[in-house]
Design a protein around this ligand. Structure first.
Ligand code: DX5
Ligand code: ZN
Length: 221
């Protein structure tokens, strides 16, 4: 297993002070930030585009930025986000007509590539592209909003993906997104995840360091 990564989702950050809030959460021990792109089409909500990612880079944010595209189509956004400083880009396979080509497009643009699975999306999209994914992201809520509850069926799905990753021998990250809290992160890690997105659990608390330390203490158990 690779070291655990904690990725606060800026969906729950103070958007009027985004640069400062991201700087703060990184100084409080986060490994990277998770950047949720919603288009009011693939998901029923609207968030931020590549100029906001570029603004964070211009502000001086130099941690990895994990871009989660909940948008369709994805191709144009990939080149925009790669230019704007994304480190990794993940997309939902249902949102792309040519999944293999889209993964390759992300890699050709110098970013790590990943597929995202909604709670009811089957894993067989992975069958022929394991060698092209750097990240497998399992949604543990239905995408579109922060602050939802973790769907327990995700535990079994995580175990299945962990087995597939281990069998492949490839250094693929297993990321989980939605409803991750201090009180369930240990169980989520035990099921196989090694990268944890947490929005409301971190940004809704006054002391980010305290929450992140508590999460790391749970992960060390
Ligand atoms: C949901 C987003 C998540 C969201 C998680 O569609 O993809 O990244 O910010 O929020 P929490 O951690 O509050 O469930
Ligand atoms: Zn997300």
């Amino acid at each position: 297993m690779q070291p655990y990564l904690i990725a606060p989702s800026i969906l729950s950050a103070d958007l009027a002070r985004l640069g400062q809030d991201v700087e703060n959460v990184i100084n409080c021990g986060a490994d990277l930030i998770h950047f949720d792109v919603m288009d009011n089409h693939y998901v029923p909500n609207l968030t931020f585009g590549a100029p906001i990612c570029q603004s964070l880079r211009d502000y001086g944010i130099n941690c990895p930025i994990d871009v989660h595209l909940m948008a369709s189509p994805v191709e144009r956004l990939i080149t925009d986000f790669a230019k704007a400083g994304a480190t990794s880009i993940t997309f939902h396979p249902e949102a792309s007509v040519h999944i293999d080509r889209t993964l390759q497009l992300i890699k050709d643009n110098g970013c790590q590539a990943g597929l995202v699975f909604n709670p009811a999306t089957p894993l067989n999209y992975l069958d022929y592209v394991m060698d092209k994914v750097d990240i497998i992201l399992l949604m543990s809520v239905n995408p579109g909003f922060g602050g939802q509850s973790f769907i327990p069926a995700t535990f079994e799905k995580l175990k299945q993906v962990r087995q597939r990753i281990d069998a492949s021998g490839l250094p693929i990250r297993l990321e989980v997104d939605g409803g991750v809290k201090v009180n369930n992160i240990a169980q989520i890690a035990k099921a196989g995840a090694d990268m944890f997105v947490a929005g409301s659990a971190i940004f809704d608390q006054p002391d980010y360091r305290k929450v992140i330390d508590e999460m790391r203490a749970e992960l060390a158990k």
